[in-house]
Design a protein around this ligand. Sequence first.
Ligand code: URA
Length: 257
Amino acid sequence: MESAEYHHAKALLEWQVELGALDAVQDTPVNRYDVPAAVEKPKKVATPVVAGIVAPVKVDAVAEAERAAAGADTLDALRGAMARFEHCELKKGARNMVFCDGIPGARVMLVGEAPGRDEDREGRPFVGRAGQLLDKMLSTIDMGRTRADAPVYITNVLPWRPPQNRDPKPDEIAMMRPFLLRHIALAKPEVLVVVGNWSCQALLGKRGITRLRGQWTEAAGLPALPMFHPAYLLRSPEFKREAWADLLSLKAKVRDG
Ligand code: URA
């Protein structure tokens, strides 16, 4: 049997619900205007170090090249340092490293872009068709890589042939540039001839050979003359007139000092 007290309490509750009461009052009062305590952030759990697994260290190839180049005190030492440099992917696909040709100490140093197939095979710069044209161009101003009286010293920005003669990549230029600058410093030319767009990129920091050619500028602390690349002149012989003007400018510079 249910007590009268029970029925009384139930009737009271139903009446309150009818009035709109939603919550039963509890023994402990709830202050609904209280600002809730700041939620504590979950603590960071330290990532466990898995023994034996070491994150790969990224090598700074440019810094490595700078260190290797700075350590070379002679052209032979520089050649050796470049041959030992393992950070340029081009080395893997090349048959030979192409370091230089001509006479070290020449007043004129010519900087080309990169070896092609013939240069890769022989290990000497500018020995293919473009090189033959270059030799002819230099002979018109009585200079040449084998001329004791008016020698030219020759190198390239990249010492290894890019596959299929593709354009050099910016990171390849950046990592070989310290060697090129050291090469210039050790060869001690009086003037530089900067041949083609990629050589301009490496030494002048910009391309646009059509605008740059023929304008004496400064590179590696020396007077520098950008010129059309002989390979370009083979494809576009109509620009030989400009190349001729630039050769005369080079001759005058060397003559007048
Ligand atoms: N083109 C270059 O820039 N350099 C070479 O040695 C041959 C072709």
